[in-house]
Design a protein. Structure first.
Length: 350
């Protein structure tokens, strides 16, 4: 009887080890966090909290996971995957910020049909560089070669992040109250949401990654694949003054803002105050959808909404602008109509 090796079945463990060894060589040139005790190799990573915990009264670990969705498919189709790591890290660390936490460690999960060295190394390097931007440590990850489940060069990316915060600083519905101002903070573009629709538009319009947009000098690849903004450095010093943060991801502005509001309140927002840059106007026109549908699907140029007391709004806006991020007051938190105080929180577009 003829034998069938694991490699013949489509999984090359030696190749994976060689790729990881190459990535280890890259890591030697990058900054190191002394709190991360384990390198690549052990079954799990160790991170020291000995000195860090002394800064907290009642420390909480905060964890989350997310992925880049079908943006990865467009990037793969256009052979432009080299910055997807920024999207992956951003989608996670921005969520940690929304709780009031700053990130400590990040882990990635990469699954594919067949390992390709250039592809995996490109992704891992971008993840490492994004972790440096987010001021956290890449603590490990998983590389899974699964022929038959993924076809040709297809792959999937997911990330996991853990942060730390004081219990008293938890943001959201326990801190937000009527009278708080809502500050819109610009996005860098589409971030990592709405790509199932965008990919249909790419097909419909027969867009080429190297051709220039109809509304800017950038190429379609530069515009549609621009990485998600990482907000950690811009917002971490304001977390004790901010009452809520809404990361605008799947569900757009309409679906995400209520997640930080207490029951019996609504966010009253002026549509005219949402940045709505040319990219989103193009999407709306090309797709033939209403402004309301846009707000329910995309960030529409506003990647984060911050709630804060009215007397802190200008300080926050000024600080963000000093760090090259546009921000402006877009609305406020108000009580629900009389007799509706038990209703779930909502957004009222003005």
């Amino acid at each position: 009887m003829s034998s069938i090796t694991y490699q013949q079945s489509g999984v090359d463990a030696n190749k994976a080890e060689q790729i990881i060894d190459s990535f280890s060589d890259f890591l030697k040139s990058r900054p190191k966090d002394p709190r991360l005790l384990s390198g690549i190799g052990p079954y799990a990573s160790c991170f020291s909290l000995k000195d860090t915990l002394t800064k907290y009264e009642d420390p909480l670990l905060v964890s989350c996971c997310d992925g880049v969705g079908t943006k990865a498919k467009l990037a793969l189709d256009w052979n432009k995957i080299d910055r997807l790591g920024e999207d992956l890290v951003a989608m996670n660390v921005n969520d940690l910020l929304c709780m009031g936490a700053t990130p400590l460690v990040f882990l990635d999960y990469y699954a594919c049909g067949k390992l390709e060295k250039a592809q995996l190394l490109s992704l891992l390097k971008s993840i490492q560089l994004a972790c440096e931007m987010a001021e956290c440590s890449l603590a490990g990850g998983e590389t899974a070669e699964m022929p038959g489940l993924y076809q040709e060069k297809d792959f999937d990316l997911a990330g996991f992040s853990v942060g730390l915060m004081d219990r008293k600083n938890i943001l959201g519905e326990t801190k937000v109250r009527p009278g708080d101002y809502l500050i819109g903070i610009e996005s860098s573009g589409l971030h990592s949401n709405g790509y199932s629709l965008v990919r249909k538009l790419v097909e419909k319009e027969s867009l080429s990654p190297s051709s220039h947009c109809s509304f800017s000098d950038d190429t379609w690849a530069e515009t549609l694949l621009k990485p998600t903004q990482i907000y950690v450095k811009n917002l971490k010093s304001h977390l004790t003054q901010i009452t809520g943060l809404a990361h605008i991801t799947g569900g757009g502005l309409t679906g995400n803002i209520p997640r930080i509001l207490p029951k019996g309140t609504k966010a009253k927002i002026s549509v005219d105050k949402i940045f709505f840059p040319a990219l989103f106007k193009w999407i709306q026109k090309s797709a033939g959808i209403s402004t309301l549908q846009m707000l329910e699907t995309f960030n529409c140029g506003t990647g984060m909404i911050a709630a804060c007391r009215s007397n802190y709004a200008e300080t926050l806006i000024r600080s963000l602008k000093e760090n090259s991020l546009k921000a402006q007051i877009v609305g406020s938190v108000e009580p629900s109509s009389k007799g509706q105080n038990n209703d779930d929180a909502s957004v009222l577009w003005d």
